[in-house]
Design a protein around this ligand. Structure first.
Ligand SMILES: NC(=O)c1ccc[n+]([C@@H]2O[C@H](COP(=O)([O-])OP(=O)(O)OC[C@H]3O[C@@H](n4cnc5c(N)ncnc54)[C@H](O)[C@@H]3O)[C@@H](O)[C@H]2O)c1
Length: 257
């Protein structure tokens, strides 16, 4: 979907990937940007508003652990923006030491965010359709053994997003669903993540993984925007070390009716 003139909600917008993507989305000519996050990053907001005076930029606080705050954030966003065309779900943590929290934020919160946005986008009830981009990880494609909880949460994101891309939903809602799987990227999340393993005995191995080559966040952000603009409904895209690769899946099973 072309981003020029569009109204966009970016959840987790003050994270490393979030801030870089928001700049690119605004560079592409988005008209209205609403950022959802736990707390406002006032410095980043001032920077966005100064750099993009032609766009309207708002912040709405919410907490991915609390469904009612997610629902309320979309209600407020709809009231402020009139409508929105694009939602990017980028909130996430890599903290296997906190099992419930990881699933709560990375998977449950993301599902609630998708479900809360849909009624406003739903073409069959007066919405305009659009695109929902869910940020997963390469960990959903090839689970790194050191982070089983994070991998499970991100695999869930991919499964949910692919399922929501089914034709039966598209015909009703007119919303495209895209999964993005970044490789390791230079952001606050990738700092010291080896300390946040569940099994302490793998910490040394995890420390070695932390030295793996990382892609710069601005390179990833440019590629995320390319996928947002050209990706297809149900597409799963690996964005690793500056490359974009569409992932195809063999059909292991099909329902017979
Ligand atoms: N950085 C990487 O190497 C990498 C690789 C693959 C996938 N990802 C995924 O990309 C997304 C963004 O990662 P990032 O590197 O920008 O991380 P980040 O830590 O810089 O940003 C995460 C964002 O999520 C928000 N957040 C966390 N808990 C929240 C909560 N309870 N409620 C609301 N917001 C909350 C934070 O405030 C922050 O803005 C995540 O989903 C992450 O899993 C990152």
């Amino acid at each position: 979907m072309e981003l020029k003139g569009k109204n966009v909600i970016y959840s987790g917008g003050f994270g490393g990937i979030g801030q870089a993507c928001i700049k690119e989305i605004l560079n592409s000519g988005a008209k209205h940007m609403t950022i959802f996050d736990l707390v406002e990053n006032k410095e980043a907001m001032i920077g966005f508003k100064k750099s993009y005076p032609g766009a309207t930029i708002d912040f709405i606080p919410f907490d991915m652990r609390k469904k009612e705050t997610i629902t309320a954030a979309f209600k407020t966003a709809k009231a402020k923006m009139g409508h929105f065309d694009v939602l990017v779900n980028s909130c996430g943590i890599m903290m296997d030491s906190e099992v419930d929290l990881t699933i709560q934020i990375n998977l449950m919160g993301l599902i609630h965010s998708n479900l809360a946005a849909l009624p406003y986008m739903d073409k069959s009830s007066g919405g305009r359709g659009g695109v929902i981009v869910n940020i997963s990880s390469v960990a959903c494609l090839e689970p790194p053994p050191l982070y089983p909880i994070y991998s499970a949460s991100k695999d869930g994101v991919k499964a949910f997003t692919r399922s929501m891309a089914d034709q039966v939903y598209y015909d009703r809602f007119g919303v495209n669903f895209i999964t993005i799987c970044p490789g390791i990227t230079d952001t606050p999340m990738s700092e010291g993540f080896y300390t946040r393993v569940f099994f302490k005995f793998v910490e040394e191995k995890a420390q070695a993984l932390a030295k793996a080559k990382q892609q710069p966040v601005d390179v990833l952000a440019k590629n995320i925007i390319k996928v947002m603009e050209t990706g297809k409904n149900g597409g799963v895209y690996m964005l690793n070390l500056g490359n974009i690769e569409e992932i195809t899946f063999p059909k292991f099973w099909e329902a017979t009716f």
